[in-house]
Design a protein around this ligand. Sequence first.
Ligand code: ADP
Length: 260
Amino acid sequence: MTAEPTTTPAIEFRDVVKRFGDNVVLDGLGFTVEQGDRVTLIGPSGSGKTTILRLLMTLEEADGGLILVDGDPYTHEYRGDKWVRIPEKRRSQIRRRVGMVFQQFNLFPNMTVLENITEGPIHVLGKSRAEAVRRAEELLDQVGMAEKRDAKPNQLSGGQQQRVAIARALAMDPEILLLDEVTSALDPEIVADVLGVLRQIADTTDITMLLVTHEMRFAREVSNRVLMFDQGRIVEEADPETMFTAPTHERTQAFLKAVL
Ligand code: ADP
């Protein structure tokens, strides 16, 4: 008899609490993202969506609860009879599995496009320069930016910078890619280009994706699950078709009416 295959979720939040002063942003949040899932978080501004991504990048620290990546506790673990903080060395090993693309691109301004992409693989992953360059060229080709390899970020349009930022994130071979409003700083006619690149990544890799977006078209095209988020809690979850055509929760209905 063969054992049932078990899969560990790529991301799990258990009772996560996050406060900024008196402002309780996440109030015992729980959700999971399965391996290879493409999950979109939607919801009103200020509801805590970006905070979730920032916690996963360890750019913020939770005030309570547990965050697991591939089943590994990422913040604290229960040892003996008490909760202890995960040592920084182990946190950084886990963090390497996670890549993030930001709304404002965040490229290194004084480096060329190629250097932006090879920096992490050489200095963090310890790849040889030749190997890092070979992979960077492959990724630049994939995002349609091969001709700009020697340009500096300020010589590029917003859409081009975002495509380089996507290539830079992928160069670190992440298992999980976090995308935070990656099209909201872009002109409308450029949005489709960036969506096309992300769509292609979704179609050709098994990277788990967790995205925050106001672009409902993006959520619809790229994701297989949508979580509606309000005041630090998930109020509804569904596949995109159901979420956008037949939402059941009144908060979702009101939100979608306002944005669609
Ligand atoms: P969303 O992504 O849904 O718009 P955010 O996660 O950015 O929401 O923000 C959730 C709440 O947390 C907001 O009330 C915001 O003002 C607050 N917040 C986020 N980051 C900080 C911070 N660094 N310091 C203080 N308050 C913050």
